[in-house]
Every structure is written in structure tokens, then in C-alpha cells.
Design a protein around this ligand. Sequence first.
Ligand code: F6R
Length: 592
Amino acid sequence: MCGIVGCILKENNDVAPILFYCILKLEYRGYDSIGLATYDNKIHVKKDQGNIETVNNRIHFKEMKGSCGIAHTRWASTGIPNYENAHPHLDDTNSIAVVHNGTLENYLDLKDELIKLGHTFKSTTDTEVIPHLIKIFMNEGLDLENAVKKCCQKLKGSYAIVAMSKDEPDKLIATRKDSPLIIAQNKDGYFVSSDIPAVLDYSRDIYRPKEGEFVIMTKESIEIHDENGEKIDPEYIYIDWSPKMAKKDGYDYFMIKEIHEQSLAVKNTLTQKTNIKKIIDEIGDIKRICFVACGTSYHASITGKYLIESQKGIPCDVIIASEYKYTAKTWDEDTLVIFISQSGETYDSRMALKEARKTSKTLAIVNVAGSAMTQEAEYFIQTQAGPEIGVAATKTYIAQLTAIYLFAGLLAENDELIEKLNKVPEYIEEIVKQEKLIEDISKRYDFADNAFYLGRGFSYPIALEGALKLKEISYIHAEGYAAGELKHGPLALINEKVPVIVIIPPGDDYDKTMVNLQEVKAREAIILSIGAKGDEKLRENSRIVVEINPEVTDIIAPLVYTVPLQLLSYYVTVEKGYNPDQPRNLAKVITV
Ligand code: F6R
């Protein structure tokens, strides 16, 4: 995964500080290498392996001159992170520079052909074939726009690219296929980028080029051309996110800021009630629902299944997006396929969405306005979490759940459930007030190598999400289990060194979960329970209890009980000295 940026200033010659600022805002997309290219009589490139700030302190990007340039932040997919593999990549003659986000499936064949033609390669990336191909086509007499177009015809796989040429100074050409790209402009210049946070400080009107469209940027204009070179009129959308929302705003990390923003994310998402009701009415009769998602969004989907099946009785399946093909043949016109994705760009989910559109009704629940899935699904609901920069999903997850609860409650005409949602922001705020307590608890967990999370019914997806949050940022191995499954294998791993986090809200499953808690207690596990305030039985049987408002019963627990688990993961991670915003090997948006 990577972030790309391109910028041309109308008058000013100092594009490098702007490019640097924009690419810094995309650091969540990748942070193992960074590079910039600017045009100032020739193409200048500075790049290296390392995170953006560290590399900048060494090679001072902001000193680069020129009014036109491109930038890249890398999360290695093809080729290890090193200097040679960092973008921008150049052709043999240093006359074309390219930044790329995506994965080319046929690059080895293209590279072989180019080597036979005498081209030499410096990197082991897939991207490097692109500047070589563009150069060949420009040598044949094509201009940059048409050379990029012809090059794209040879590429298989996914890409968003921005290209510049020394032979057409102060011009950038950008295009995309299966990878995100947006454009924006203000009185000073023109921008192209992988995502909104890069440009929020410059403009809040953005356009997302469609596949097959080409962006032509010069000092005078930014134009969108279709495949035939015809100019088209882009419809810009206004992004309701303030630049402040994409900044740390005094917090140490984005993740903790985003955890604090969750009650607001719920409040704002609840405003979608009328939209959701309209969508339900338009969708009409459905006999089956199939949720498709990855990672944290998959956990939100499991809650969706439990809610809809228990409240409305419509059978639901939950499919990991990368595994969709085994189920796709069962989708028909009576199936509603619901895609859950904070980014709206996840490759596996998008491929499943393409397939679902052939047979079924499709609904996407996404956080990013104008993202690919909002354009590709028949219906979409936009969660109102605002920009999420920390790699680990927190507020977007709680916002997804809010939208799912509204959807399920409206579908089942369960006013009582919808009414309960109004108090969720208050419950979340009560937990955030216990932050110090959870920080203290986290200190007792930083020694652990393994942890288990147990929950039944609505608490099962909470356990899965709690475990994912811990493992992805603190690198402690953690597993979430349906509490009743414990005795079918994992109990063998429980001993006095293993923390077991038991999610046990008041409700129908309480007694059975308590039995499971006793099972791990008998093996002397270190039990941390998340349960209702005043639950004396729980206190007696647990080492530590995080207490939640007793009004929060099992059915709405996912919206509330997840919060202390996010805080626990955050503080364990900080205590261990890791950066929770940038877990190793992970990036925020997975477009490959
Ligand atoms: C974990 C996390 C990931 C994402 C997954 C899907 O904290 O953020 O597991 O949930 O990569 O991403 P989206 O929701 O953008 O489709």
C-alpha cells in the first residue's frame, strides 16, 4: 500500500514543502520509504528508505526547487523496502518520473521485454516498468498524455499513477485502475492524491476520477479527459471534514484521539436514520442477507448477522471478502449483499462487490465519501466518523456498528432498539473517563506473550475485535473465542501466565459465560473482566474488573464494551514503546 501526491503551483516555485506536507498526511498508507521528484530545468529526485520525518531530517526534501512535482510514501508490496525500491522511479534517461500505488501482475513479463530491448533496471519493484514504457511511447512521437494512456493499455493489475516528463515541463498526468485517486484545486494550484487528508488544508471540494479517465494538470488548468481524449466536466463533491479533524490536535497519537471521538461518531452517524429508512424502503423484499468485509469490518458484520437474525429473522451469512468466490454462486436477486468498509477502497471487498452486482442488490456501508465502493454499490450508507488516520480502526468501527444497528432496528421496526442507541454516546463517555484506570491495568499486561478474549452471543464479535486490536498494534498474540468453544481445544493453553479477557455484560448469556469464566479461573488464568458496575459475583471471580454502566445489556454491548478493549490495546502498546498509529507491516487502506 502506498500514498501518492502530485502538485503544480500556478506561480510559486516552492512546490516541495507542499508535496512534503501532503505526503506526510498520507503516512498512514505506508511509511517504509518516501520520495519526491520536482522539475527545475531537469527532474530532481530525492528518496530513501525510512519513515517520512527521519528521511526528511537527513535529505531535506523541502529544499528542492520547482513548481511541479510528485511524491510517494511506500508500504512495500513488490520489492523490499530500500533506497532503490523507493519511488519516484525513472526511466534510463531520467526524463520520466512516476509514482505508483497498486500492484502490477504482469510486470515480470514487461520487464523481460524491456531488458531485451536494452533497458536497465535499478529496483526490484513492479513500478519501474512504467517510466520505461512511457519513454518508449514518447520516443515514438506520442505526447505525455497519450504515452501514459498507451502504457496503461499494457498494464495488468491495479494502479494509481502520476507521471511527469522533462520534455513536457510543468505538466502531470495521472490515472487509476482499482486504486484510489482524487483531485482538488485552489487559487494557488492543482492537486492529485491517493486520499482526502492530503489535500484537506488546500481544498474541500474533490473529484474522484473514474477508471479510464486521465487527469491533465498544467500551470493553467486541471482537466479530466476520457479514454478518447475528450474533455469531461467533473462533478466535485464537498467533503464535510475539517482539516483539524485530520490532525493530532494535542493528543500523542491519532489512535487515542480517535478513541476519544467515538461518542461524536455515534451521534453523527445516528443522523443517518432517515437516509437508512429510505434505503430500506427502496430495497424492498429480501430473503437473505450476506455481509462481506475484511478485518475489523468483518467483526462489525458478525454483529450485523446476530442483530438481523435475532430481530428480523432474515437469514444472514458473513463472508471474509477474500473468500467470497465460494459463496458468490449462491447470491441471487432475493439476496442483499452488504459490504462493510471504512475506506471503501479495500481490494478484496471491491472484487466481491463487482461480482455481487451481477446478481443481487448491493449496499455499501463506508466512511469515506466518494470512495470507490460508494460509486460501485447500488445503495450506500456513509458513516459519520470523520477521517481516521490511525491504522487500527476504532471510531470507524463504532460508527459502522451504529449504522448497522440503525439498519437492523429499522428493518425489524424495533423502536426500542433504536431508542437505546441514543444513550450510547453517554455510555462511551463514561468509559473514556476510566482511561487512567485502564492505563494502569495495561501495565500489568505488557509482559504477556498470549492473551485470550472470550465472549458469547453479541459479545463474541467484541472478543474477536478486542483480540485483533491487541495483536495488530502491541504484537502480543491474542485470540478471540466464542466462550463456549473454549473447552473444545484452547482451554489446553490456559495457565497462570495467560491473561484471559472475559466480556460479560448483563443479559441472556451471562450465566453461561460465568461458567466459562470459572473454567479459566480453575486453570489460574489472569482474568480481566469487562462487566456491569455493581456485579459482585464478577468481582469475586476476576482479578480485575472494568465496570460499565449496568444499563448496557448484551444486545448493545458491541457499541460500548469494545471501547475499554481499544484503550487497553492502546496503552499496552504505548507501554511497550511501540507506535500504535503505525503497526509494522500494516497500512490503513489495502488496495492490493
Ligand atoms: C484493523 C483494521 C483492518 C481493516 C481491514 C478492512 O484495525 O483496520 O482490519 O478493518 O483492513 O478495511 P476496510 O474497513 O477499509 O475495508
